[in-house]
Design a binder for this molecule. Sequence first.
Ligand code: LLP
Length: 437
Amino acid sequence: MLFPLTTRTNEQNHLEIGGCDVVELAREYGTPLYIYDDLHLHQRVAEIRDAFKSRWPNSLILYATKAYYSPYLARIYNNAGIGIDVTSEGEMEIAHRAGLSPDKIYLHGNNKTPAEIRTALAMGVNHVIVDNLDEIELLAKIATELNVTPRVLLRLAPAIDPHTHRYMATGIAESKFGLSMASGDAMQAAHRVAQLAPRLELVGLHVHIGSQVFELEPYRDAITALTDFAQELNSTMGFELQELDLGGGWGVAYTDEQETLTADMVAETIITAVKSQVSNLHASRPISNLKLLFEPGRALIAQSAIAVYTVGSIKEIRGVKTYVAVDGGMGDNVRPALYSAKYTARVANRMNDAPMQQVAIAGRYCEQGDILIDDVALPHVATGDLIVIPVAGAYQIPMSSNYNLIPRPAVIAVRDGKARVIRRRETIDDMLKCDES
Ligand code: LLP
């Protein structure tokens, strides 16, 4: 099922989510419109959290906020007791305002600025995932200025291919992320951080092999690579692994041909691999003290939302293709243009009508590549109909742009027949407010 949990078709043949008729929501809030299923979000975070906690009590889920973050989401995830992975001052600020304890915030980034590091440390964030050798010196300098002792995890690039789009393979040898294990940078970084003790405290290792990963074998390989490395550090410098962060990347289905990795499947595979690997590690403390961290983004949120568009022009190029053009596109969802990402669609006001034609869903932006879906079977569609695209919850709004000076969509959340705006539609004034004449 690609649609959110509370989805159904009502007596009007309309799509309904959270007890709200999507046709009425579109009328009230306009389109393009992003609709999040509040119950789905709550259930999914509990499911993922519990899948890991039940197998490894000392585990913490860190939501990868880049997938989409807002005060509304911060509240849900804080109440669920999970932490976050952040890469910017903006993401930190949302968490801070929502009252998240700084010890649940892990700072990421392959080129953290001095300002970001300073803000994080001053805020009380005490876990920094170090990406490169230069960062170690910068971090030590700022930590000295602020008289704090950050706990450091080293992000490793173990040269593991997760078989995903090449823009999302982040643990391979040529990745811009992490410390290469093969080149010796990883080992050098460990020694350098240890040398800077007690100003920096080396506590753990991190890996994020990539995103939209559907195979579990690369995760097992990454666990072996990291625990072997921890073992080597243990014998050469007495290092004891306190925290092991295995990143995110768990694949989510966007079309019926794909299958979302279940939380139980991922947790069982990963925890089994960790247990078999870590049993020989660090003799001086019980293994259950090892803190395991996971950083899912998409898996927590992608399937909780749909995007709704209104059909404008319909262009039939006889014998070639039919374009159904909608009022959104690459401005609110750049993923098809950027990664050739595949989606599917339905017509919200004709849910049970049989598919009659193959069409392409074209966006409204001035790019030939602005095609949301190349080929999808739809019932007869007419101008004014509502196209809905499921699995719209991750990496769409946060990667949106004002290309062609078009305002970004509104975002609403629905539950029990009530809708509320969690991000109002942008206005032309919003877009222009940074420009000087
Ligand atoms: N941890 C780190 C260090 C990451 O860089 C990412 C994603 C995650 C966790 C979460 O990955 P997830 O569980 O969401 O797959 N814009 C692309 C995805 C890029 C992911 C970037 N890093 C997309 O639209 O598919």
